[in-house]
Design a protein around this ligand. Sequence first.
Ligand code: FDA
Length: 284
Amino acid sequence: MRKLSERYIAGPELADACRVIRRQNAAGKLATVDVLGEDVGSQGEAAAFVTAYLETLEAIEREGLDANISVKPTAFGLKLGYDLCRRNLEVVIQGAAKRGSFVRVEMEDSSCTDDTLRLYRELREAGHENVGVVLQAYLRRTLDDVRALADLGPDVRLVKGIYVEPPEIAFQDADEIRGSFTAALEALFESGAYVGIATHDDALIEAAIRLVDGRLLAPGDYEFQMLLGVRERVGNELVQAGHRLRIYIPYGRRWYEYSLRRLQENPKIAGYIAADTVSRLLRL
Ligand code: FDA
């Protein structure tokens, strides 16, 4: 797992994240930074995440980097209490606003969906403009959520969704998920949302480009987003074609859960690691 994590994670320290952001910026790509970790067990741990994100925002500004931040509600204490999470989020959003930056509130498993969308609405209604949310195309509810958010003129990252969810609430079939992704993307554009189109799937990237072209959107009206370490060549082609591309850059010491999800996405990598491990054992 540690070997796998090297591909997807900038490193353990904030300085590692800054180094990787600088490299991405030099290649014409924007960044969003994730401080690794989720599902904290105490208020103190949640406060440590707040501090880590404030330090990240400070470093981004100090070093003149083009990056914003991505946060998980459960790292800010959502499972300990809604109000605690909201207070923590607000501190970080205000810190970001002071520096002209932006906070993406990520979407975790379906036990968090209602609370996360409520947080987003309340924060926007409280006047915070520099905040966005994530919608997951695999959830059957997502088109309804797009409609429900429309009055906010939202900033939405659209993803397929990575957590394991039951068929009652989530599409399981790859084509159904793709169909839901394009339908949600179209509905989001229709509602005037700014969309972070977060996928490495060729079919969805092509469908998104067709929608963008059909609507005569300018490059500043939307962006593509990809994970660090995934399909870099496709990302380079998007940049060369004039699209905005933001790379998701995780850093920190709590690499295990994140790497596990990446492994789950791409089991081929597990095969490479197993082969590598076996050949090293044979050499011993
Ligand atoms: P798919 O998984 O079909 O991948 C398409 C192709 O990309 C694959 O065939 C493979 O070649 C390549 N690929 C994909 N993943 C790879 C990997 N790990 N390693 C190597 N190659 C890989 N989810 C969520 O539930 N909540 C969230 O907040 C977020 N946030 C988020 C931010 C950003 C910037 C991205 C890009 C993704 C997320 N996700 C997420 C994850 C998302 O839900 C989804 O699991 C992944 O993006 C994989 O789905 P794709 O659309 O890329 O398709």
